[in-house]
Design a protein around this ligand. Structure first.
Ligand code: GLA
Length: 391
């Protein structure tokens, strides 16, 4: 989706301007939904486990107004493209088309028995694309919030999250977990969310910016083969859970470390390694929350390094560029820890850094990474921001 990273005008303002230009008149509202970065708890969401993401201060904005008839018209300023579709039965466009995320939302709302008003809408954004910061979840969440508001439905926020995820699973066709849509909708300023992805309860964990900063470094490697690899990891976990418990549909969340060790002979080495990562990663999320809450940032950082090693060696979703960025971070004074964030196979690392050391990390990355990798990195310092809203 739109990645107007260079333009410093806020996306909400640009979306309003694009709406006026394309449709005339003022929008009824602007739905804003952020991207996210996950501090720890990777690939655990679809195993019913724990995650610790935060919403970032980069977002997708959808300026909208309800209209008569059943045809929704959505304009993307970045792609300079206007798409019209039947709100009740949108068709999927082949390939990674930006409008599928909006069409998907209209489709699942109708299927869930929540028929919505048709809308005119203009979409803008500044979430970097293809970097694993969930720009697509941000579009889905902004679209749910826009349709909900335009239709006066008042859908419960958690149901909005589930509908946005369903749009990705059923319409776009990516079998993702619930983390990205969850934090894009329910994120909080200055806080990460510790989400229990089995029962969908959550607790806010404060990140004090006077103590610590969250730095995200982009490898510049876009996640090409990731959809197939992602689904393979997911099915290996499902097979492992079924073999260990003797029950189809079981989740690794229900399995203890003792049970996993006792079942080692029943599992392929891939299944065993993937499951071992998940069980330990769930433990790390709990430990990281305790460490962060009491200001033990070096201890939290050590858990990030451990998570990275596990994702690299057991879950096998890292790549050499991600490993390089983690090693560069390790050499910088004041960096507490670093790891790959998101699905992996490229995209970004996240580093937990003592306040004041973020400049040194950025310098080290800019100095060392291009020569080592042949690629141009990008570095952002993100503050945890609020989740989706309409204004
Ligand atoms: C992607 C998916 C999420 C989650 C992460 C890995 O971002 O969309 O649901 O599975 O990968 O933790």
């Amino acid at each position: 989706m739109p990645d107007n990273v260079a333009d410093t005008t806020p996306p909400a303002e640009r979306a309003r301007a694009a709406f006026r230009e394309k449709f005339g008149g003022e929008p009824e509202g602007v739905a804003r939904a952020p991207g996210r970065v996950n501090l720890i708890g990777e690939h655990t969401d679809y195993n019913g486990g724990f995650v610790l993401p935060m919403a970032v201060d980069r977002e997708v904005a959808v300026a909208f107004r309800s209209k008569a008839g059943r045809e929704s018209s959505v304009y993307s300023a970045d792609y300079d493209e206007l798409c019209a579709f039947d709100t009740d039965a949108p068709e999927r466009v082949d390939g990674h088309h930006w409008s599928n995320y909006v069409r998907g939302v209209a489709s699942v709302l109708t299927k869930a028995g929540r028929p919505v008003a048709a809308i005119n809408a203009a979409v803008e954004g500044n979430v970097p694309q293809g970097a694993g910061l969930s720009s697509s979840a941000a579009v889905e969440v902004a679209a749910v919030v826009a349709y909900d508001s335009a239709s006066g439905l008042g859908i419960d926020p958690l149901d909005q999250v589930k509908l946005a995820q369903r749009a990705e699973n059923e319409f776009v066709g990516v079998n993702c977990g619930i983390m990205d849509q969850f934090v894009s909708r329910l994120g909080e300023r200055d806080r990460c969310l510790r989400i229990d992805c089995r029962d969908l309860t959550y607790a806010a964990v404060p990140i004090k910016s006077e103590d610590v900063r969250v730095v995200v470094c982009d490898t510049g490697v876009t996640r090409k083969l990731s959809a197939g690899e992602y689904n393979m990891r997911r099915s290996a976990c499902e097979r492992a859970a079924a073999k260990i418990t003797g029950r189809e549909g079981a989740l690794l969340r229900e399995v203890t470390l003792e049970e996993l060790l006792a079942s080692k002979d029943k599992l392929t080495s891939d299944e065993y390694n993937r499951a071992l990562h998940i069980l330990r990663e769930n433990q790390r999320v709990g430990l990281a929350c305790e460490a962060l809450a009491s200001g033990r940032y070096e201890e939290a950082g050590k858990l990030l390094y451990d998570s990275h090693a596990s994702l690299r060696d057991l879950y096998e979703v890292s790549c050499k560029e991600l490993d390089m960025l983690v090693e560069i971070a390790r050499g910088v004074e004041g960096v507490c820890g670093a790891r790959l964030t998101g699905a992996g196979f490229g995209g970004c690392t996240v580093s937990l850094v003592r306040a004041g050391a973020e400049g040194a990390l950025e310098e080290a990355v800019m100095r060392e990474y291009p020569g080592k990798s042949g690629l141009t990195p990008r570095v952002w310092v993100f503050e945890p921001g609020p989740g989706a809203r309409v204004e």
